[in-house]
Design a protein around this ligand. Sequence first.
Ligand code: ADP
Length: 324
Amino acid sequence: MAFTHIGLLCSGGDAPGMNCAIRAVVRTAISQGIKVTGIRRGYAGLLRGEFSPMNLSSVGNIIQRGGTILQTSRSPEFMKPNFRKTAVEIMKAQGIEALIIIGGDGSFNGAMSVWNEHQFPVIGIPGTIDNDISGTEYTIGFDTAVETAIEAVDRIRDTAHSHARTFLVEVMGRNSSAIALKVGVCTGAENILLPHEKVNHQKIFDDIQRGVARGKESSIIIVAEGPVAGRSYEIQHVLRDMYHMDAHVAILGHIQRGGSPTADDRFIASQMGNLAIHALMDNKFPVVTVFNAGKVGLNDMKNCITKSDHNFTEYQKLAETLSI
Ligand code: ADP
């Protein structure tokens, strides 16, 4: 099938670099004579018919901007087959012949169902700071989120050192360990606490005491947030009540989501956006653009609809070894 008109949306959590992908999709499509309709606010906007025709200048001056110009959302309705049927009818009524989705594994689950139930062509582009999608080693936004967290931890380290303090710095990533592990290694953290791990308070205390004994002035413990942000406070209380240890808490929160995308995020997103259009033109769907072994490529969407904690726990050991 030769496509003449496609829809494009972002879904789930926003991530820096989504705009680079939008720009690449729109400009590649137009260069190939394909019309692009931007769908605002994800699947929820699709169901409400929030459409914006995209032209070359709609994506001008966005490559450096965080977030997504199309905005994004979570849509509980889209979990239900009757709403997905309506969504397909709405797209067909607009003349849209295929849908490109920039989002995470949840968004790809929705897209996969659209294909399975209606054979409506879908292509996914992985965009989430959590880097937690199966079938790809990288997701757009991860590098920027890591850079932002590193910068914040470096600042915290300055004050931690000046006051000889221990800080628990909580980083984003829900159940994913990816941000915590990379930030921990890159900031010389004394410990990295992963989302699913039982916290070993005795070990934290012993590690810090060992550091103090050799004259160490500060300690940074990176805490992966887990399903509910704020678990650092629990850890702080146990350290205080059981070990009489005074640790300060810094929760980085949403500052990790925004900001101008790094070179890696811009570069990978640009390639993925471009490849998504070429995949469609080659009638390859449902697929996801992926990044594996240093290269952008395609993977069947069915391989990218589960979470994968690229849980390189050896980085946890590395951080501890290098910070003794
Ligand atoms: P992400 O795409 O970042 O993983 P979510 O998990 O919140 O984010 O999913 C985004 C949206 O994708 C949801 O609000 C919902 O509309 C849709 N979605 C998620 N999971 C499914 C599913 N199993 N079936 C259909 N749609 C889904």
